[in-house]
Ligand binder design. Structure first.
Ligand SMILES: Nc1ncnc2c1ncn2[C@@H]1O[C@H](COP(=O)(O)OP(=O)(O)OP(=O)(O)O)[C@@H](O)[C@H]1O
Length: 372
């Protein structure tokens, strides 16, 4: 990785290395040292110490933007893609003191709320949390261990799009609350070990954090801004033979790959459309793509993290992840601020009223003019 370019070379071939350019290319394979508290920071004495990217750097460059968007009332989606064991959970959630984007985002949102309150702001803040997983095309509520057999239904709302019906959405008032809920959800996750990664997650996990700000606007009206942040940890896109998968594990692998290939098809169609084509986007082909529809083609600012393995045996997987990400970067989403519908309606009615008054005034002056 050099600057924002990722270069991949097949050691068993004489082909030219392939280059991919992204907004950021982060190196975290070596060049780090463990600090006293267990945090992995850059090792300045190592040749790759300068380019080593620690968790805080990723948060500062990606997470902070998500936080700023949330304050402005935009939806954001962050999803992590890549083969099993490549570091998706590491980037999104992290381990121990090496916190990933999700905990750092949560920690900071409450810190900033407290700062605003201490500064005498009258705004009311509400934060809610939900956590679900898609396992073998079924939706399980991770905050409800008694999710009925067959899972939650995926329904479509005319305005808000696809959602999981009956999903538990719990209010949270501190980072500690979120931590406890995340732990509860993680315990319920479908985790089974594969030969490649002892804690490999077998399902796609979606954490939803809603942030509502209620306040009185300049015109004295009660209004609200809402932002939904979706954090999507996709299950590994491994090949069956390298993970030693058989039986149930192999069936799961097939279901995971079906969802991921559906996601790939949607990304390819959206990328075509961004280039001016009119391709139908097959969102309905999997639960994952239904629930991610808004993130991919709707109202959301979306970030994709592609986690890569630097090992030569993973060359094919790594190249396919890079190609996946290369297509994804062509997608353009349109995001807008989520205002309270009543406040929006009042404003639209007031504007309509002004327009009617104005046309009435013109009509009256015309009428008087003709009478004279
Ligand atoms: N940048 C990193 N620095 C240090 N350790 C890392 C880094 N990235 C990943 N790891 C370690 O590698 C292992 C696998 O990472 P992780 O669990 O994040 O993979 P994953 O892509 O989420 O896998 P799966 O799809 O199977 O859940 C973990 O033990 C993690 O601590």
């Amino acid at each position: 990785m050099t600057g924002n370019t990722t270069k991949i070379e097949d050691p068993s071939s004489t082909d030219e290395p392939k280059k991919f350019t992204f907004d950021f290319s982060y190196w975290s394979h070596d060049g780090c040292k463990e600090e006293g508290n267990g945090y992995y920071g850059p090792d300045t004495s190592h040749a790759n110490g300068k380019k080593f990217c620690d968790q805080m750097k990723v948060y500062n460059e990606l997470g902070v933007g998500v936080l700023e968007n949330a304050w402005e009332g935009y939806n954001s989606t962050l999803f992590a893609y890549g083969q099993t064991g490549s570091g998706k959970s590491w980037s999104m959630v992290g381990y121990g003191v090496n916190k990933g984007i999700v905990p750092l985002y949560c920690e900071n949102i409450f810190k900033q709320i407290e700062e605003k309150k201490a500064g005498g702001e009258k705004t009311e803040y509400e934060v809610t949390f939900s956590m679900l997983e898609i396992y073998n095309e079924q939706i399980r509520d991770l905050l409800d261990s008694k999710t009925r057999k067959g899972g939650l239904k995926c329904r479509q709302h005319p305005k808000q799009g696809f959602y999981a019906e009956g999903l538990k959405i719990v209010p949270v008032s501190s980072y500690v609350d979120i931590e406890a809920k995340t732990e509860e959800g993680t315990r319920n996750r479908t985790v089974a070990s594969t030969a490649m990664n002892a804690t490999s997650s077998r399902a796609h996990t979606i954490v939803g954090i809603t942030f509502v700000q209620k306040y009185i606007n300049a015109a004295g009206e009660e209004t609200a801004k809402t932002s939904i942040v979706n954090l999507v940890d996709l299950a590994g896109s491994e090949r069956a033979e390298s993970t030693g998968a058989t039986g149930d594990r192999l069936k799961e692998g097939a279901a995971i790959n079906q969802s991921l290939s559906c996601l790939g098809n949607c990304i390819a169609a959206l990328a075509d459309n961004a280039g001016g084509k009119k391709t139908r986007v097959p969102y309905r082909d999997s639960v994952l793509t239904k629930l991610l529809k808004n993130a991919l083609g709707g109202n959301s600012k979306t970030i994709m993290i592609a986690a890569l393995s630097p090992a030569d045996i993973n060359y094919d997987e790594t190249l396919s992840t890079l190609r996946y990400a290369d297509r994804a970067k062509q997608i353009k989403t349109k995001s807008s601020v989520n205002e309270d519908p009543t406040a929006q309606l009042i404003r639209e009615l007031q504007e309509e009223n002004e327009r009617l008054k104005e046309s009435n005034r013109i009509w009256k002056s015309d009428h008087n003019h003709r009478r004279r």
